[in-house]
Write a protein that binds this ligand. Sequence first.
Ligand code: HEM
Length: 204
Amino acid sequence: MPTNVERPASDTHDWVSIGFHWATVLLLLVVFTLALFPGIVKGSTAVHMTLGLLFLIVIPARGIWRLFRATAPNRSNEPRLSRLAATSVHLLLYALLILIPLLGWVYADARGIELSPLGIEMPRLADFDRGYARSVYFWKKWAAYSLLGLIFCHASAAIFYHHFLKNDGVLRSMLPLPSHGLASGWPAHAGQRDRDVILGQSQT
Ligand code: HEM
């Protein structure tokens, strides 16, 4: 039975999730630029490696936040296929953002490149071996360009499908706009039943 309990007005992600999202975008932009234009600054490879390794902290932290604390918009009205596609792409993005830095780390060790981000001594993941380094670099490069392709699909879906075609607020929910707040949206772990109970639509 519906009651006068109102659904939260803004259906958005929380500030921490938005911060993680745009910090990841910015970090990726810098990491790719330094890799593709190594002459752009002195020591670009060292900065590329240090910032690249940061993903090994940022991505697990983002995953933990998403699992336990994040608030997320209610997407239950979206077609199943669209939700499945979005979830698959997100999982693949997270997987690549962990895999690529690990491959970079192994590559640096196998190639004998000094790896001490901010003076921190890193454990060795591989012994010096040029042949091994070459094949690891090959896979790292493919993983990095696949990541670029996937980011293109992800951003295109948000801009063209969700914003221009459906205008369903999905893009806006991840933008740092003033209507966002921790109290808005739904806990990501809340099921439809929780939402129905909060809205007073439960049959029990
Ligand atoms: C998400 C993180 C990362 C991304 C997206 C990324 C991406 C790339 C790309 C696109 C290239 C150029 C590939 C080519 O066309 O040859 C590259 C090169 C390279 N990457 Fe990464 N990388 C990441 C993390 C790392 C990490 C953590 C390390 C080492 C600890 C590393 C070490 C290197 C090295 C040594 C090169 C060669 C750079 C040069 O020739 O100056 N990368 N990376």
